[in-house]
Write a protein that binds this ligand. Structure first.
Ligand code: DHB
Ligand code: FE
Length: 281
């Protein structure tokens, strides 16, 4: 694993890129904040990205609610969320690597669901656009989607997400081929889209989270789902997905860059990029 990226997946960030609005005064500060991370990632291209994300009842409706799932397909169509699909490349999978991760995770007692057929919504495509704004004909790397239920009670606990991340890190390191892997933890930061608290933004909590994801992930793993929803809003619980990325990182990490911006649409947007440094021999 060469790096881990945590990033919000606000759909309007993708729409701003798709419609050429990134230089507009509203959007420019957010995209300027991404620039140093994008420049670094462009020089450190992975072969495969494991993108930890949630579907928003676009491809997976509430008739089935897997707590954790991994895609094992050769490719993933871009979902139509009601306005037509985003004009971004189809996502190419890595089926052999998926199969290895699934087997390894199940052997580590994470009984995950497997998707052989999956369309990917803004939860996955917006983070890919944050990584690579101009993919051209194809994304720079293959993708393994790792889905987390954050939209339907009871969501997995934050502690379980950190533990899954640790098992994911082991699974990645045990793949026999020499692949360069990045892991994305997506969603957040504080936001609530509906109800009496719609528009909730908690900058103190977000800043604490951006710091503790590096220095004290155990503290974030100890928060209950009620803590997440109270502090970060009903959709802010997406932040538990950052802990899966964090758990997959090894013991020697370096913060390459971070950015935080309010507002993006009706939400707070954050990102943090970690280099995963090799262990000394
Ligand atoms: C919005 C949707 C999301 O899934 C999210 O994580 C943040 C914002 C939105 O519709 O604005
Ligand atoms: Fe979301």
């Amino acid at each position: 694993m060469i790096w881990g990226l945590a990033t919000s997946h606000v759909p309007s960030i993708g729409a701003a890129m798709d419609r050429g609005k990134t230089e507009d005064p509203y959007w420019k500060p957010l995209f300027d904040g991404y620039a140093p991370a994008r420049e670094w990632m462009a020089r450190h291209t992975p072969d495969v990205a494991v993108v930890v994300y949630n579907d928003h009842a676009n491809a997976v409706d509430l008739s089935v609610t897997p707590a954790f799932a991994v895609g094992a397909a050769a490719s993933y169509e871009v979902a139509d969320e009601g306005w037509g699909s985003r004009a971004v490349p189809t996502v190419v999978g890595a089926p052999e690597f998926s199969d290895h991760l699934i087997e390894s995770l199940i052997d580590s007692s994470f009984d995950i669901t497997v998707f052989q057929d999956l369309a990917v919504d803004h939860g996955l495509t917006v983070p890919l656009s944050v990584y690579c704004p101009e993919p051209g004909e194809s994304w720079p790397c293959a993708v393994v989607p790792l889905l987390v239920n954050v939209i339907q009670y009871p969501q997995p606990t934050a502690a379980r997400c950190l533990a899954l991340g640790r098992a994911l890190g082991e699974a990645i390191r045990s793949f026999p081929e020499d692949l360069k892997v990045a892991v994305f933890g997506t969603g957040g930061m504080s936001h609530q889209l509906a109800g009496a608290r719609a528009g909730l933004i908690n900058q103190d909590f977000d800043r604490m989270y951006l710091d503790a994801i590096e220095h004290d992930p155990e503290k974030l793993a100890a928060l209950t789902r009620e803590d997440y929803i109270r502090e970060a809003g009903s959709e802010g619980i997406e932040l538990i997905m950052w802990l899966i990325m964090r758990g997959a990182l090894g013991p020697r990490i370096r913060r390459v860059h971070d950015a935080y911006h309010v507002p993006a649409s009706n939400t707070a947007a954050g990102m943090v990029l970690f280099e995963n440094r090799p262990l000394p021999r």
